[in-house]
Design a protein. Structure first.
Length: 193
């Protein structure tokens, strides 16, 4: 090829690039979409929202039910259906694997951040105690409010009956179901996160 042919090839490529650039700029001008004020979802490990936003999103303290009465009256089968939402990230079979979240077999009464082989967030590791009925109830309402900084991005279960049904289901996922608290022990304000 002589230099005249090379000039045609290079000119064609540059012309195509220039055409694509002009079309791109024109389409951005016509179909401009402003960025959202807040993200649609939060990706774990990214910047935390401002403290004022977190406080605004925290639910009002809710009185805990009497678990000695509420758990036996709850529908564990309905809890299993609510738990299908959790099955993407958790397994509750005995000896089952950790997924995105830890295995939940025997979670009621188990110390927090204690399932072997799962890398818990520092916030969860620093939260002392066991998963009591009251703590599970409050955590399931809004996990990020109960353990600020948790890796769990689930928004929570706003309906109290869904939480009770799920806890009744999780209670049955153990070699021996965790004992119920004495009657009247749970009817108090929710524990502070």
């Amino acid at each position: 090829m002589d230099s005249h042919e090379w000039n045609k090839v290079i000119g064609s490529v540059l012309g195509a690039v220039l055409f694509i650039l002009v079309v791109h700029l024109a389409s951005q001008a016509i179909y401009y979409a402003p960025p959202p004020e807040k993200p649609g979802y939060v990706i774990a490990g990214t910047e935390a929202p401002p403290a004022a936003e977190t406080e605004k999103a925290a639910p009002a303290p809710e009185a805990l039910p009497d678990f000695a009465v509420a758990i036996p009256a709850a529908d564990a089968m309905a809890g299993a259906m609510v738990g299908e939402r959790c099955a993407v990230c958790h397994d509750w079979a005995k000896g089952g694997p950790n997924k995105i979240g830890p295995n939940l077999y025997g979670v009621v009464g188990r110390p927090r951040a204690s399932h072997p082989g799962f890398d818990y967030s520092p916030a969860m590791k620093e939260k002392p105690g066991e998963w009591s009925y009251g703590d599970l109830y409050t955590f399931l309402q809004q996990p990020a409010a109960f353990v600020p900084g948790t890796k769990m991005t689930f928004g929570g279960l706003p309906r109290a009956q869904d939480r009770l049904n799920l806890i009744a289901f999780l209670r049955m996922q153990a070699d021996t179901p965790a004992p119920l608290p004495p009657p009247g022990a749970g009817a108090a304000p929710a524990p502070a996160p």
